[in-house]
Design a protein around this ligand. Structure first.
Ligand code: B12
Length: 134
């Protein structure tokens, strides 16, 4: 590379907004809701690593803040199945479970087709953990 090209490349790297720098923190909100009892929602802020899985953000939240705990079981085919949130567990005989929904920054609500071990949140997703029936 010629000195001129080299200094141009260096300048590009130093310019604000230069590409290729990813913040390692993707902020997300976790909202706990209950469609069965209509208990008040609870909202928490946390983050996942760049391209990190939701489960990582949930663990970080559980470890850093009182008021949010969860447990999961390990399914042989699909990985972590969210079993309980804040002590309330889904129950096959009552046909209740923790549903995973995501409200996107444009307010659209999606129902991911994977669980907490596979979903990769985007910045400013609101992850809705909703106690529901099936
Ligand atoms: C029935 C069913 C459910 C029921 C299971 C309870 C019950 N007793 O019926 C309920 C409603 C709870 C459920 C929930 C979810 N499900 Co579901 N479910 C199914 C379905 C239609 C059949 C499973 C089944 O009965 N298999 C037959 C039995 C004999 O086999 P089994 O191994 O014992 O089945 C168990 C597992 O499948 C497990 N299970 C069911 N769903 C999920 C999801 C995840 C992430 C995990 C880890 C385990 C798991 O529960 C079954 C009963 O114990 C499958 C699709 C299919 N046709 O296979 C999707 C399927 C397994 N579910 C799926 C998903 C995404 C979910 C949810 C994440 C949806 C959501 N956004 O909320 C949630 C799980 C959230 C959580 N708490 O972690 C995906 C998993 C794909 C993936 N790679 O992760 C599938 C493949 C459907 C799809 N979208 O393609 N599900």
């Amino acid at each position: 590379m010629t000195p001129a090209l080299l200094s141009a490349a260096l300048l590009l790297l130093l310019l604000p907004g230069a590409p290729a720098q990813h913040s390692n923190q993707t902020p997300i909100t976790i909202l706990v809701s209950n469609s069965v009892t209509n208990a008040p929602n609870m909202t928490f802020s946390t983050h996942v690593s760049f391209r990190g899985i939701l489960l990582g953000g949930m663990r970080r939240l559980q470890d850093s803040q009182s008021g949010f705990t969860f447990s999961y079981t390990e399914d042989a085919n699909y990985g972590p199945f969210l079993e309980s949130v804040n002590g309330l567990a889904g129950c096959p005989s009552d046909r209740t479970y923790w549903e995973l929904l995501v409200k996107k920054p444009n307010n659209q609500i999606i129902r991911p087709d994977v669980g907490i071990g596979c979903y990769i949140p985007s910045a400013n997703d609101t992850i809705i953990l909703n106690f529901n029936t099936y």
